[in-house]
Design a protein around this ligand. Sequence first.
Ligand SMILES: Cc1cc2nc3c(=O)[nH]c(=O)nc-3n(C[C@H](O)[C@H](O)[C@H](O)COP(=O)(O)OP(=O)(O)OC[C@H]3O[C@@H](n4cnc5c(N)ncnc54)[C@H](O)[C@@H]3O)c2cc1C
Length: 409
Amino acid sequence: MDFEDTPELAEFRAEAAAFLAAHAEPRRGDDRDWSRNAASTDPEVAEDFRRRCVEWQGLLYEHGWAGLTWPREFGGRGLTPAHQIVFNQEMARFDVASGFITAAQALVGPTIMQHGTDEQRARYLPPLLSGQEAWCQLFSEPGAGSDLASLATRAVRDGDEWVIDGQKVWTSSAQHADFGILIARSDPDAPKHKGITYFIVDMAAEGVEVRPLVQAQGVAHFNEVFLSGVRVPQANVVGEVGEGWRVARTTMRSESQMISGASQSTGFDAVIATARRTGATRDPILRQELARVYTNEAVLRWMGWRTQTAVMTGRYELALHGSLLKNFFTRALSHRVELALDMEGAEGTLGSDAEGDGFWQYQCLNQFASRIGGGTEEVHRNNLGEQVLGLPREPDDTRELPWKETRRS
Ligand SMILES: Cc1cc2nc3c(=O)[nH]c(=O)nc-3n(C[C@H](O)[C@H](O)[C@H](O)COP(=O)(O)OP(=O)(O)OC[C@H]3O[C@@H](n4cnc5c(N)ncnc54)[C@H](O)[C@@H]3O)c2cc1C
């Protein structure tokens, strides 16, 4: 691997570092950093985090540092992925975050760029990039998660509009969203992957009802969304009618890439600090596990470097399969948070009374967000079996049947 910047990238790095130094505080790596409050259970802290994310994204946009790889006509800079890597490396040294806006951009941006009309791109992409409009993803349903293509929310054409009825679930940030990307069944006579259409829904439209779902940690990160006779103009269809599955695959690919690239606040340093505090560094068994945390972190770093090399050199054959990255990342995460709780012993059973306001207790409950969201570990293993190992496809005798004849949960 060769990580030397080209002269052009070195110049860009210096420019990025100067911008960041002028507009942000260096990251201190402890609880003085606002950027680590992404998952706070305190409503005031959570709201403050949201506000700061919007402000930071607006500042990036205003100074031409948002969407570096996005085309210029949508407010980006039209630069290469290598520029984005360099900028992210520099930004990691500062106490800044774009939080939920990064997720919305990763899901909605590539989908509208690739499949949207010119009008949709012009209308929705710039405010998405500047963080002025927030989005949510209306895909999962009570009876359609891993087998998303069996979804039952109906879309019926009525002149120049579609009428949507159904229920979505696990919709992250729907309570803050201006728009949602939604997939619905527009042709129940077609096989399940064929009769789906992809829409942009105004979350303020009549008939959209958002009900928060409170998680084990006590926060309501996601919601149920009920859609009752919601009218969506034909102009809000993304891609062709009935081709929504193809469009949704673009969204889902970007989603698992985003999750495997996500940074976490629970690296080796945090685990070793707990080990020292609890005396676990003297326990031979726990020392083995600490070595595993260290090794996993090194492997993840090397995987990141390999991806970086693939991007920087244009040798995309070196890039790792997204499912491999996601599963390695989430398994390493769950190993280290569970180890930290083991090391705390009886203290580990406390809630927010435990050290650091229940930091590990929260992280332990929160691990499932990464392990389930963006496709479960089992589903990503299926992908690896089929797409990397060449194993036969998982049997599915409903694939070619008209959707209305399939059995659903
Ligand atoms: C933090 C978080 C945020 C989310 N945000 C959103 C969002 O914003 N919008 C949205 O639409 N959805 C969202 N989701 C939903 C997420 O996409 C689904 O939870 C996920 O796809 C799994 O679906 P499910 O929960 O219905 O589980 P199911 O599909 O019912 O799976 C149940 C269990 O069966 C296993 N399983 C299922 N099928 C197979 C198979 N073929 N082979 C082997 N095992 C299998 C699964 O691995 C799992 O263990 C979010 C989820 C989380 C955790």
